[in-house]
Ligand binder design. Structure first.
Ligand code: FES
Length: 581
């Protein structure tokens, strides 16, 4: 089924431009590395494998990756390669300010150059926390060096007073409960320690688990990689097997551009619908596709996700956590279900060197409450939907599996927050003129506005609404939302307010209509009024004077195309370049 033809082996690899021969330059490169105690025969033309490690003490979700790197190295040695571990930029979701998303492109840029500028023939991408996965895949795509992803795996289940506690999901739930007077601050503090009880990434189907699933669905990781818990011994086995596999991928010259095809992206989008994956996957897959020159758009998300039921019963859409997903069989079961339903390009190539169908066709579902049959799906309309209209000419996205069915068609009075600070200043004010029928609007939280497009789109509800027992309202912004969050939240509104998109001119008291079935979002003012307000609009966000923030401001694109830098799109390959001496 697969058209991939392995390259002839042996042949001269790019690392030999540094290490091969007897010239002065070669002796220089080889000699310095020998201070690490490497025998001479390691430089004989075998594949040099860079293990690009996003470990950091301040990226706790990736805190165990040095241990996994040792297992990758073991696999590379076993297969006859030469492993070299390379620490790379690590953007943690939970510590980086103003938001890790502002540094996804910086990490991608740094890692791309780390790959291109150094003597490696292939790479193992050791990732985990949300942005670390797309940033390294984007880098690998732009160099097109053979690459395989190993994610760190999710944390074990959290429990608080006998109940499952999902990373992020329960942070939002508990904080709303405190605001509603249903939980004390002391109880909230007690619950804190239950949320992250082992190494690993968020244990919900949040962005980290979603992106791990996306790279597996794209074919960029070995089958089964996404769900193995971080502390399960099989995670180490996965790392070691991936180390072995990358050596053969280099010999075969199996590159990201062979794997990350349009078919692969279409598979990933459908898988995202089936798992109830994060809306963040939209911007990341669009950006990854841009690096390999694949024409992927928001319309592909809507078209491909339209008829995909969400069958994975995980928080935030469902009940369980990644640990149970693994015990049920993990992502291969879901991919097989899509294949049996005719919703999978079975011939899409993976890092295995063969078609994706070969990896999943014999797996079994061991728990049909965790991975539901289609007739008991969480929702029949699982994919991300894309709404357009005069309020979002370039689109906005909504995750139906995390939204309230009764709000899918709604008209409400706008309550406007000019930015996140304005929201924080007003939301707890009992005199705020708002009730559950209103539409909460937040501006200036897009890629340029925040800056970085923070995960603040799931604005918490006002206390006086929460006290009525109401847990959802329609919310619209140009921000993102954590993959662990939920609600009827329209996100990524494009063009964003800070670029003068129509979101910027919404006023308190305007009426907004959303109709998810019709894929429509409408600001109920006349065209003339819209044009008059747009003509009067002036930017409220000043460009930073200098530094990375200025580079970001000037070059980040809109969310509708993946929020990559305009000058980083595309594949530049990995030419060996000039010697430095
Ligand atoms: Fe790092 Fe969720 S915050 S994986």
């Amino acid at each position: 089924m697969s058209a991939f033809k392995p390259a002839a082996w042996p042949r001269k690899l790019r690392s030999q431009h540094w290490f091969g021969g007897t010239s002065r330059d070669t002796i220089y490169h080889r000699g310095w590395l020998k201070n690490q105690g490497h025998p001479h025969d390691l430089f004989d033309g075998r594949p040099v494998i860079g293990i690009l490690n996003t470990w950091s003490d301040l990226t706790p979700c990736n805190g165990h990756l040095r241990e996994l790197a040792e297992k990758v190295k073991a696999g590379v040695w076993e297969a006859g390669g030469f492993p070299v571990e390379i620490p790379v930029f690590s953007a943690s979701e939970n510590t980086f300010r103003p938001t890790a998303m502002m540094f996804r492109n910086l990490a991608a840029l740094a890692v791309e150059e780390a790959m291109r500028g150094q003597p490696i023939d292939g790479a193992v991408l050791l990732v985990g926390c949300d942005k670390t996965t797309p940033s390294l895949v984007m880098a690998a795509a732009s160099t097109d060096l053979p690459s395989i992803v190993v994610t760190g795996g999710p944390m074990l289940n959290g429990y608080f007073r006998g109940e499952r506690v999902g990373s992020g999901t329960h942070l939002w739930k508990f904080s709303e409960a405190v605001k509603a007077g249903e939980m004390t601050q002391e109880e909230f503090l007690e619950a804190e320690a239950s949320m992250s009880r082992s190494s690993g990434t968020c244990n919900t189907m949040g962005t980290a688990s979603t992106m791990a699933s996306m790279v597996e669905a794209l074919g960029m990781a070995l089958s089964g990689n996404a769900a193995i818990p971080a502390v399960d011994s099989r995670r180490k086995v996965m790392a070691q097997l991936s180390g072995r596999r990358i050596v053969q991928m280099v010999k075969d010259d199996l590159k990201p551009s062979d794997i990350m095809t349009k078919k692969a992206f279409e598979n990933a989008i459908r898988v995202n619908g089936a798992i109830g994956g994060s809306t963040n996957a939209v911007v990341h897959l669009l950006a990854m596709a841009g690096r390999v020159g694949i024409d992927l758009s928001l319309d592909d998300w809507d078209r491909l996700g339209r008829d995909i039921p969400t069958v994975v019963n995980l928080m935030p859409s469902g009940e369980y956590l990644m640990e149970e997903f693994f015990y049920a069989g993990g992502l291969p079961v879901v991919i097989k279900m899509l294949g049996e339903a005719g919703k999978l390009h079975k011939d899409a190539l993976t890092v295995s060197g063969g078609p994706i169908w070969d990896e999943v066709k014999d797996v079994r579902n061991w728990n049909d409450d965790v991975i539901r049959p289609v007739e008991r799906a969480l929702t029949q309309q699982g994919g991300i939907v894309v709404l357009r209209g005069n309020l979002a000419p370039k689109g906005c996205v909504l995750k139906p599996s995390a939204a309230s069915p009764h709000l899918m068609k709604h008209r409400g009075r706008a309550v406007v927050f000019e930015d996140i600070d304005d929201y924080k200043a007003k939301i707890n004010d009992e005199s705020l003129d708002i009730d559950e029928s209103c539409v909460m609007v937040m501006k200036n939280c897009g890629p340029r506005g925040y800056p970085g497009m923070a995960e603040v789109g799931n604005m918490g509800l006002p206390p006086k609404v929460l006290r009525k027992g109401i847990t959802d309202m329609v919310r619209i912004s140009d921000a993102r939302m954590s993959g662990t969050a939920y609600g009827t939240v329209l996100l990524h509104t494009s063009p964003e307010a800070a670029r003068g998109g129509p979101l910027a001119i919404v006023k308190n008291g305007d009426f907004i209509e959303i109709d998810v079935d019709a894929r429509r979002v409408h600001l109920d003012i006349s065209d003339e009024e819209m044009q008059r307000r747009l003509a009067d609009w002036r930017p409220s966000v000043e460009p930073p004077a200098s530094g990375y923030a200025r580079l970001f401001h000037d070059h980040v694109e809109g969310a509708d195309t993946g929020a990559d830098f305009d000058f980083l799109k595309g594949c530049r390959g990995a030419p060996v370049g000039r010697d430095s001496h």
